[in-house]
Ligand binder design. Structure first.
Ligand code: GTP
Ligand code: ZN
Length: 220
């Protein structure tokens, strides 16, 4: 598949129901053009707030913010940045559960553009393929780096892994704090949010409970 073809489909390879809503022209502009345009609009926001952009500490902020949005915080919007997921034949016939836990979540809420921080725990039961461990962490990082709601983040990780590993037997738990809940609005510093999505064998409580017991034990 060509780069253009990949960029034209967005998340279509996972499932249209969990795609991040994107404009049809989302990838027509280059990253550099996006940075220039966001830089202009962010400087207008700063001016509206009354900030003096000739100040030497503020003058670079519009460019810094624009670059941070496109290249860092929201790099996961562009499917060309999806990590290449290497899989290997399950030659050893490993048939039980593999769990990658305490994976860092650094995301941003799509309603307020404030951070969502936490951890993800991913489990799967291999069929013919196993995945390079770090690729699970990379995939979580990729889907996190978009404006998100936690429910969709959890589902995007699940659907992609099910597709890549050619098995429905995957479970994803995300525990995260939303700064839009803790630092503004209701300002609740102690609450956090848990989402759990799974398929295949994890619909059976025995598999699900084994997974939950293991992650709970290691959470201390
Ligand atoms: N379901 C869900 N809601 C989220 C997520 N992140 C933020 N929210 C919520 O999105 C809602 C947006 O509600 P609004 O009433 O439009 O926004 P608001 O006036 O800023 O709401 P408050 O936060 O209650 O002040 C808030 O209740 C947020 O807590 C998420 O990942 N999933
Ligand atoms: Zn929010």
């Amino acid at each position: 598949m060509t780069k253009e073809e990949i960029e034209s489909i967005g998340d279509a390879h996972i499932s249209s129901t969990v795609e991040t809503p994107l404009r049809s022209d989302a990838f027509k502009k280059s990253d550099d053009d996006k940075i220039e345009s966001i830089k202009y609009h962010f400087s207008e926001i700063m001016k509206e707030l009354g900030l003096d952009l000739t100040d030497d500490s503020l003058s670079g902020t519009p460019h810094r913010v624009a670059k941070m949005y496109v290249k860092e915080l929201f790099y996961g919007l562009n499917p060309k940045n999806r990590p290449k997921i290497s899989t290997f034949d399950n030659k050893y016939g490993y048939q039980k559960m593999l769990i990658e836990q305490n994976i860092n979540i650094d995301s941003a809420c799509e309603h307020h553009f404030l951070p969502i921080v936490g951890t993800a725990h991913v489990g799967y039961i291999p069929k013919d393929k196993v995945v390079g461990l770090s690729k699970i962490n990379r995939l979580v990082d990729y889907y996190s780096h978009r404006p998100q709601v936690q429910e969709r983040l959890c589902l995007q990780i699940l659907k992609d892994l099910q597709q890549t590993l050619e098995t429905e037997d995957v479970i994803v738990v995300v525990n995260a704090k939303h700064l839009c809940v803790s630092s503004r609005g209701i300002k609740d510093k102690s609450s956090f949010t848990t989402t759990v999505e799974y398929g295949g064998k994890f619909n059976e409580s025995a598999f699900r409970n084994e997974f939950l017991r293991i992650i709970e034990k290691n959470a201390g």
